[in-house]
Write a protein that binds this ligand. Structure first.
Ligand code: KG4
Ligand code: ZN
Length: 343
């Protein structure tokens, strides 16, 4: 029998409510995905302001849920389970989603599942490309995270095999955008500028690729500093900054390191499928280079469409459906948020 799962996401600056249908054969169908973002309220600070995000979640939560239900043509009484991001994320922001989820679960008398945001970024791919092969490798790249994960079962068994030792990939984009006087969030404007520039113009460093570095960890803070130093030096010489070339050269360094490590990790572990997700997965160079290198290595590449890659409620609903199908015990109603929840 098909079951409806409502998913709630509020770990950062997006209030997301998604609805999915879990079919008897374990496949999961997307019914609605509504997102309210407070990104514009954070733009002038160049990053997410936690208190502003929490307040925005409070205001947006109920209207977002109502819009999602209306889109799916459902009412709350049709919902069979609630899933919510329990972490990782901003404490105050997470608490708004967890409180809303508990209220829905208690009022409807349906099971509640507190789930992991990072696993949600992987589970969302099943809405577009169907069930995930086991095992598969996930490269998760967003404003808050940069991780390589081995996924044996997205509902129950995910193992981290590498992560950033400093900045996340998206954070590096946002910081470099500030240096280049491009708007926040920096990913889209850098991506656009980079398409006009020469990726070989400046040889920026590839972090954590030395022989003594951990094979699957990442570092972007040295790259960010190298870009800032290069721009400062050019300014001191009174030169106009070649923004397109700097953007293209920076973007090439990020895409090179991410795809090289992901493909090597998959090859060494004998894993045949790579999933790339998170906001940075929308990057044009990252997806092109990943596609080229995956073809060379004989690896299947799955990248969900950009709308599913950025934070949303559908990813949490999808993960909730897989968790429900796996027979995982529901969370108690005293579920609390865990800002540093591990996978
Ligand atoms: O997954 P997401 O929406 O939120 C987090 O969980 O962080 O990711 C947002 C990040 C931002 O840092 C943004 O600059 C980056 O994704 N981003 C991109 C692109 N679009 C968004 N980075 C590179 N290229 C893009 N096209
Ligand atoms: Zn995210």
């Amino acid at each position: 029998m098909a079951r409806i799962v409502l998913g709630i996401e509020s770990s950062c600056d997006e209030t997301g409510v998604g609805l999915v249908r879990l079919h008897g054969d374990g496949t999961v169908e997307l019914l609605a995905d509504d997102v309210a973002s407070s990104v514009e309220q954070h733009a002038r600070f160049g990053g997410v302001v936690p208190e502003v995000a929490s307040r925005a979640h409070l205001e947006a939560m109920t209207p977002t849920a109502e819009r999602a239900l209306a889109t799916a043509g459902l009412s709350l009484s049709d919902v069979d389970a609630i899933a919510v991001t329990a972490g990782p994320g901003l404490a105050g922001a997470l608490l708004v989603g967890v409180a809303a989820a508990k209220a829905y679960a208690a009022a409807l008398n349906v099971p509640l599942f507190g789930v992991n945001h990072l696993a949600g970024h992987i589970a969302v791919d099943t809405l577009q490309h169907g069930p995930l092969p086991s095992p598969c490798l996930a490269l998760l790249v967003s404003g808050g995270h940069t991780q390589l994960l081995r996924v044996d079962d997205v509902a129950t068994t995910i193992t981290e095999i590498g992560s950033t030792v400093d900045d996340a990939a998206g954070e590096a984009y946002d910081k470099v955008a500030r240096v280049l006087e491009l708007p926040y969030p920096g990913g889209p404007p850098i991506d656009t500028a980079a398409r006009r520039g020469n990726p070989a113009a400046i040889a920026f460093p590839r972090g954590m690729t030395g022989p003594r570095d951990a094979a699957f960890d990442f570092s972007f803070s040295g790259l960010k500093t190298a870009v800032a130093r290069w721009v400062e030096a050019a300014e001191r010489r009174g030169e106009t900054i070649p923004v397109d070339d700097v953007a293209a050269s920076f973007q090439e360094a990020v895409a090179d390191v991410l795809t090289a490590k992901a493909v090597r990790a998959a090859t060494e572990a004998g894993i045949g499928t790579l999933v790339i997700s998170g906001g940075v997965a929308a990057n044009s160079r990252l997806s092109t280079l990943a596609a080229e290198r995956c073809v060379e290595a004989g690896i299947e590449l799955r990248v969900p469409r950009p709308r599913l890659c950025t934070d949303n409620g559908a990813m949490i609903a999808a993960l909730g459906a897989h968790v429900l199908a796996a027979g995982v015990k529901p969370s108690a109603l005293d579920l609390s948020a865990d800002p540093s929840l591990p996978v």
